[in-house]
Structures are given as structure tokens and as C-alpha cells.
Design a protein around this ligand. Structure first.
Ligand SMILES: *Cc1c(COP(=O)(O)O)cnc(C)c1O
Length: 363
């Protein structure tokens, strides 16, 4: 069932039991599905997001993570609102593309892809632009693997009384955080990242009062987070339109496996260990990580090409044949490739990977 491990940050390697959970069919109208699976997931997601769940609620949405980002921006920003986006990679930039398409008034402050979003720059920009109503940024920029300083950034945004939207796609479930303590109004993530489910839907953890304010705002029917939430809430787990039933069932299994592992803190520790084994091993073979350790997330690691004429295609094909699928780089300033640390993968897998890379390099 596993021709190779996906060392890619989503879709990623899932457990056999997560895949097996998809082997039965589910009726979207039946309460075994709605109440038993969907409502359980919605509740568990909020409990995973904060120790103070009363003020928060969750919405599941068909599609990949980007659908949820678009749904939030299109549902939360009304006529007259203004969005300020801080970006240090492709996913931050994508929020700008979404805002453009929706005709949302916004400004984009761009940082180098190897630099964290800087809280001081956020402070400066918010002091200057009083008309901003919402701030958005990415927690872990999967473009490079850089982790933005969420607590410091959130503190500045909240001190200015702005609404805060966080793309925590590749960090939620794998990096500890508390939406209530941070003051996050909308947090977005998806099934196929740190919770280790299969792709097919995303979700939004929203401050209840802010979600209520989304009523009637969206100009998209299918991406209206208020309507989606209302149907789920009143219908006790009912989705508008066909729900990805098998994917949702697999996700419930994935959530249970995350709990069994010891929750987000334990998963974070495993990802950190994966990352550590990987970097130590790769460095011993002469590879260099793109980012300094201080800003690196345990989610995905970018490595510089070891020499100018490095043949990534051949390297990729050889690793794949030996059981590991890695990722090409995604930045323009340097030649890099990326290796994901998340999924149903363990330090032993990374030890084997390093051995395999060593054999490739010596051949
Ligand atoms: C994966 C990811 C997304 C969503 O990408 P999709 O291809 O739509 O799933 C958005 N932001 C970040 C930071 C991501 O890692």
C-alpha cells in the first residue's frame, strides 16, 4: 500500500488506519455521519485550537486549503473594510491574488522569503494606516519552511484592535497555539497537513461573534462561510452540497490518532525530532539548510543545492525509486529542494532517508 513515503507537506504520508477508515460508504443525511462524525470533528477542532472554546466555533468546507482562505477573505471583508497582508512567500502572496479577484481593498507588505514577518514592521504599518480593519499572514510559510513569530505578531495586531486572519494551514495540529489567547479571529487549516488526514476539505476556526458578522457578505455561494456554518450548526453536522464523506471519516480517525499520540505537543516533538535527524544527517553529507535554525519550522526544510550543476531531477528519481518522494524548491533567489517533516513519518524514516541520500551521493 506504500510504494514510497511522501516527504511532502500535504498530501502527506497517512497511516494505514486512516486509509482504512475510507472503506465504508456514508450517507450525508444520516445521523451516523452528521452527528457521529461531523459534529465530533467540529467540536474536537475547537478544543484543539484553544483551552477556552466557548467563544469559538468551526466550519468545514469542501475543497483544498486555498478554498478556505478564499472563503474567509470573501466572507469576512465587507464593503469599506481594508485588509493588510504581510507576506514572506507564495501563500502570503496568494492571499493578495484572492483579494484582487474579490475586489477587496488591501495593501501587501512583502518581506524576503528567507526573512520572518517582522512585528516592528507590522507596528509601523498599523500606526500609519488607520483605515485597515483586518490583518492577515501565514503562520508557517510552506514556501521555505519559515515559521513566523505568531505570538509577537498577534500581540501587535490586537493592540491596534484589528481583526486577525491566520493561515495556519501547515502548522495547525503540529505546532502548539491557542486562538483565544492569541486573539485570532479566523484560523484556516486543512485536512491533509499536520492532522494527517487525506485531502478533500479544509476548515476554519472562527470567533463566534466574527463569524456572525459574516452573514450576507460573501458574493460566492459555495464559499460562504456563514451559510456553510449555519447549515452545519442548525442541521447538526449537515453540509451544504455533497460532502467528502470518506475524507471526513478518515479525518475523524486522524484526529483520534493525534489524540492517542499525546496531542499537538507530542506531535510537535516528533516533527522537531524528524527535522533534527534530517538536518544533522544532511549536513553531515555536505548539504546546507536554506534557513537559519532560529526561524526554521519543524514542518518542512529547504536545502540549497550542494553544487551549482546539481541534478535535482536525477536525485529525485533515485530517491523515489528507493522509497522517498521529496519536493522541488519554490523560491527564486536560490536553487533549493524541500523535504517535508510532517505526516505518519518518524525519526527512523529520516535516518533511512539520510542513509539513502548518502548512497546516492557516493554512487
Ligand atoms: C498547503 C497550504 C495552503 C493551501 O494550499 P492548497 O494547495 O489549496 O491545499 C495554504 N497555505 C499554506 C501555508 C499551505 O501550506
Amino acid at each position: 500500500m506504500r510504494p514510497y513515503l511522501l516527504l511532502t507537506p500535504g498530501p502527506l504520508t497517512t497511516s494505514e488506519t486512516v486509509k482504512e477508515a475510507m472503506l465504508s460508504d456514508w450517507c450525508t443525511w444520516d445521523e451516523d455521519y452528521n452527528v457521529g462524525i461531523v459534529e465530533e470533528i467540529r467540536k474536537s477542532l475547537v478544543e484543539m485550537a484553544t483551552k477556552h472554546p466557548e467563544e469559538y466555533t468551526s466550519v468545514l468546507m469542501q475543497g483544498s486549503g486555498t478554498y478556505c482562505v478564499e472563503a474567509v477573505l470573501g466572507s469576512a471583508l465587507k464593503q469599506g473594510d481594508k485588509l493588510l497582508i504581510f507576506s514572506n512567500g507564495a501563500y502570503g502572496n496568494r492571499m493578495g491574488v484572492i483579494a484582487d479577484r474579490h475586489g477587496i481593498a488591501y495593501d501587501m507588505v512583502a518581506f524576503e522569503e528567507t526573512m520572518q514577518v517582522d512585528p516592528e514592521m507590522v507596528e509601523k504599518n498599523l500606526s500609519r494606516h488607520g483605515d485597515v480593519t483586518h490583518v492577515a499572514f501565514v503562520h508557517c510559510e510552506t514556501t521555505t519552511g519559515i515559521l513566523n513569530p505568531l505570538p509577537e505578531l498577534a500581540r501587535v495586531v490586537k493592540a491596534h484592535g484589528k481583526k486577525l486572519i491566520v493561515d495556519a494551514m501547515s502548522s495547525f495540529g503540529g505546532v502548539p497555539l491557542d486562538v483565544q489567547e492569541l486573539g485570532i479571529d479566523f484560523l484556516i487549516s486543512s485536512a491533509n497537513k499536520c492532522i494527517q488526514g487525506v485531502p478533500g476539505f479544509g476548515f476554519i476556526i472562527a470567533r463566534r461573534s466574527e463569524l456572525m458578522a459574516c452573514k450576507g457578505v460573501s458574493r460566492s455561494l459555495s464559499l460562504d462561510i456563514y451559510d456553510q456554518w449555519e447549515t452545519m450548526e442548525k442541521g447538526h453536522g449537515k453540509w451544504r452540497f455533497t460532502s467528502p464523506t470518506h475524507v471526513v471519516r478518515a479525518f475523524k480517525e486522524a484526529m483520534e490518532e493525534l489524540k492517542a499520540e499525546g496531542g499537538v505537543v507530542a506531535r510537535y516533538a516528533r516533527y522537531c525530532k524528524n527535522h533534527e535527524v534530517l538536518v544533522k544527517g544532511m549536513e553531515s553529507l555536505g548539504f546546507k539548510a536554506l534557513l537559519p535554525a532560529a526561524v526554521q519550522s519543524p514542518v518542512i526544510t529547504s536545502f540549497l543545492y550542494p553544487e551549482k550543476d546539481f541534478d535535482f531531477k536525477a536525485f529525485y528519481a533515485e530517491l523515489k525509486a528507493k522509497g522517498f518522494v521529496i519536493y522541488p524548491g519554490k523560491i527564486s533567489q536560490a536553487d533549493t529542494f524541500r523535504i517535508g517533516n510532517i505526516g505518519d513519518v518518524y525519526p527512523e524514516d529520516f535516518e533511512r532517508l539520510v542513509e539513502t541520500v548518502k548512497a546516492c551521493r557516493e554512487a
